[in-house]
Design a protein around this ligand. Structure first.
Ligand SMILES: Cc1cc2nc3c(=O)[nH]c(=O)nc-3n(C[C@H](O)[C@H](O)[C@H](O)COP(=O)(O)OP(=O)(O)OC[C@H]3O[C@@H](n4cnc5c(N)ncnc54)[C@H](O)[C@@H]3O)c2cc1C
Length: 335
């Protein structure tokens, strides 16, 4: 069946798919993949739609995976092994882990979207990336329906990156993710904003406190997509080498730059964009969010093309001013 994707993407693009289906379980997914193969349709896997930019018309068969379920696989020492199906809501899963005293994911609370998409861009926030807690990703190959399991190494996780964004884009459906969590509460409080908040509120630094702090900080800083359609950060923080960073810091003494290893430095994309004067800028139905220059918002009626036009202008101006290329973070769907 064809269908509107308007309610299924957090940027509220009024896109239309030639074929749009929900798969509640593996059997429905396999049937849908078989139909796609018979009709020679390409397949696009949709989770919560919080990290995609759609064109007006999507020619692929869009399958929204809604399989639910969280399972305790076993434990060894302080480690607990948990499987979550792809269609689970990410934040609800994080709450479930903390309520059940399985620790590790507290910094990743309130990231919108599904469990199945979490490995795709190796979601991260407040100094933690999900890849640190993933042991296996269980998939089905789109072309053959064959089951395949990738271990953490095979996923080739990087900063907002994985094999699912590169070599295996649109060719593997993630049906569930296996996590290794801990019975020991050892929250990561290294991110400056989180440190300040925890100190200010004099909380006891338990995982539950960290989760509360993350939820409050995120609610204050990021627009709620229901009121203000967006896909979170529109650009990745650029990584450049030390010498380029040193050169830029001579010109821009307040440029934030965080060393990530011996050679490379991560810049703040938000700072670069703000410095170029884009914060709060509006062009037709798209704008740069006034409280956070990294977030593009749909003011009402924007198309994917409108959003990408503004994104392109921002990329050009940052390149002109700093010689730094900004890479787009969400998935741009072309067809
Ligand atoms: C307000 C806001 C804040 C955000 N903050 C953060 C943040 O702090 N950190 C962060 O990392 N991200 C953040 N994001 C981005 C987004 O939440 C994550 O990327 C999330 O994992 C996307 O999940 P989703 O289910 O909505 O994926 P979708 O948007 O539906 O899909 C994203 C990509 O994953 C693929 N995909 C989805 N499900 C599957 C599957 N089962 N198998 C194979 N491929 C699949 C899709 O094909 C697509 O390429 C934010 C977004 C918003 C709107």
């Amino acid at each position: 069946m064809s269908g509107s994707l308007y309610k299924y993407n957090s940027l509220s693009i009024d896109a239309h798919a030639e074929t749009f289906e929900h798969a509640d379980n593996e059997e429905q997914l396999l049937n849908s993949l078989e139909d796609a193969s018979r009709l020679q349709q390409s397949v696009f896997l949709l989770g919560g739609g919080t990290n995609v930019v759609f064109p007006d018309k999507v020619l692929s068969r869009v399958i929204r995976l809604c399989n639910r379920g969280i399972y305790l696989l076993g434990s060894s020492g302080d480690e607990i092994h948990i499987r979550a199906n792809a269609g689970e809501n990410w934040h609800q899963f994080v709450l479930w882990t903390i309520q059940n005293k399985c620790y590790g994911l507290e910094n990743l609370a309130l990231i919108p979207g599904s469990v199945g998409a979490a490995p795709v861009q190796n979601i991260g926030a407040f100094g933690v990336e999900v890849s640190s807690f993933i042991s296996k990703v269980n998939c089905i190959r789109v072309a053959s329906g064959e089951s395949i399991t990738l271990d953490e190494k095979e996923c080739r996780f990087g900063y907002r990156d994985s094999i699912f964004k590169r070599d295996e884009v649109d060719s593997l459906v993630i049906i569930s993710v296996d996590f290794v969590l801990s019975r020991i509460a050892d929250p990561v409080i290294t991110y400056p904003l989180l440190i300040d908040w925890i100190n200010k509120t004099e909380s006891s630094k338990t995982p539950e406190d960290v989760l509360d702090a993350v939820v409050q900080l995120r609610s204050l800083r990021l627009p709620d997509p229901i009121q203000t359609p967006n896909v979170g950060s529109f650009f990745k923080n650029p990584i450049i080498n030390q010498s380029q960073a040193a050169y830029l810091q001579l010109k821009f003494s307040d440029l934030p730059a965080h060393p990530i290893n011996e050679n490379d430095v991560k810049l703040s994309a938000g700072w670069l964009i703000e410095h170029c004067g884009w914060k709060g800028y509006r062009e037709g139905s798209v704008a740069v969010f006034e409280n956070h220059a990294l977030v593009l918002i749909n003011i009402g009626g924007a198309t994917g093309e409108n959003v990408l036009n503004l994104a392109g202008k921002i990329q050009s101006s940052v390149l002109d001013e700093f010689g730094v290329e900004l890479e787009i973070e969400p998935r741009i769907v072309r067809k």
